[in-house]
Write a protein that binds this ligand. Structure first.
Ligand code: NAD
Length: 302
């Protein structure tokens, strides 16, 4: 990994992902508008930038890991954004979860400047980003550009899935997140009902695991977060609400109805209007239990 790399957006995901690249031996300049977010990455060897301009100077690959479509558009296309100064053939690797139409728009603007663009949104949880076990959904049909970013992806994760041309990675991500976030809400409702009617969590977990109701939200996500009494993000309810919105917006533009998805988004919308907005999305369980007036279930500590 000889190329100079710039990494913009060092939050819950971007922070550990940048650290993993640095730990594998790359030179990385880093930038986040919240300067403290840079501290842990600088501690392991990242070079802090003051502006996007000085962060991306001489960088051959620029990684973006930002919250929303608007953030990505602004960092890449604003008058002092990446495209205003990136040299031809620089590669932008956008790993954020944004609207596919936003990806298409940014890609077009990159092509006009001879800058290469790859979408590689990230699957799995923050814990996987920390341990370097993420999954990437890659939209890229330029093999030379892919070869250049492949070592970075391998430094941050274990699974690379080539989804097709630019824009196909983000499309896969939006559809997949629709499923994840809807299953999380169904899991929250099921566990709230189980608790209200007096089922033992461990016994119900065993029953569930042995049937087709078995799912990763219960047995991996909730088991490592809310059921352990940990609702710090992780992936926030605010971001989950954004991602349900992306799925519904995308479905609407193709005249596909998502009736379950629309109800699930309404729940995320309500949950984010109060104290759960910045909590992990597994806190949907605590929100559902609060409404049902039942104590949220927790796993027994040995
Ligand atoms: P986060 O809010 O923790 O981090 C985003 C970071 O971007 C913040 O530190 C913020 O200060 C920074 N930022 C915002 N605007 C900026 C700008 N203009 N310039 C520089 N920095 C800027 O979010 P996250 O959880 O790390 O998620 C990032 C993206 O990855 C989102 O699109 C999210 O949907 C997606 N994602 C998150 C998870 C997860 O489990 N948290 C998993 C997969 C994908």
């Amino acid at each position: 990994m000889g190329e100079k790399i710039a990494f913009i957006g060092l939050g819950a995901m971007g922070g550990p992902m940048a650290q993993n690249i640095i730990k594998k031996g790359s030179k990385v300049s880093v930038f986040d508008i919240v300067t403290e977010k840079m501290d842990p990455v600088v501690k392991v060897g990242g070079t802090p930038g003051k502006t996007i301009k000085d962060t991306i100077e001489n960088a051959e690959i620029i990684v973006t890991m930002l919250p929303s479509t608007e953030n990505v558009k602004s960092v890449i296309t604003d008058k002092d954004g990446i495209l205003s100064m990136a040299k031809p053939n620089t590669i932008i690797l956008d790993m954020s979860t944004i609207a596919p139409t936003g990806t298409d728009e940014v890609y077009k603007m990159c092509q006009e400047k001879n800058v290469k663009f790859i979408d590689a949104p990230v699957g799995r949880l923050v814990s996987h980003a920390i341990s370097g076990d993420s999954l990437f959904m890659v939209g890229c049909d330029d093999e030379d550009a892919f070869k250049k970013v492949e070592p970075l992806l391998n430094a941050m994760g274990t699974t690379i899935i080539r989804c097709g041309k630019v824009g196909s990675g983000i499309r896969a991500k939006v559809v997949n997140n629709f499923q994840i976030l809807s299953i999380a809400q169904i899991t929250a409702e099921a566990l709230t009902l189980a608790q209200k009617i007096g089922l033992d969590l461990e016994t119900f977990k065993e029953v569930n695991a042995g049937t087709t109701a078995n799912n990763g939200q219960f047995h991996i996500n909730f088991m490592s977060k809310v059921l352990q009494n940990d609702i710090e993000p992780g992936f926030t309810i605010d971001l989950a609400h954004k991602d349900m919105g992306l799925a519904i917006e995308t479905a609407n533009s193709f005249r596909v109805g998502l009736p379950v998805g629309s109800s699930v988004q309404a729940v995320y919308g309500q949950a984010r209007s109060g104290k759960f907005a910045k909590k992990d999305f597994s806190a949907l369980l605590d929100y559902a239990c609060e409404i049902a007036e039942v104590k949220p279930p927790r796993v027994k500590k040995d």
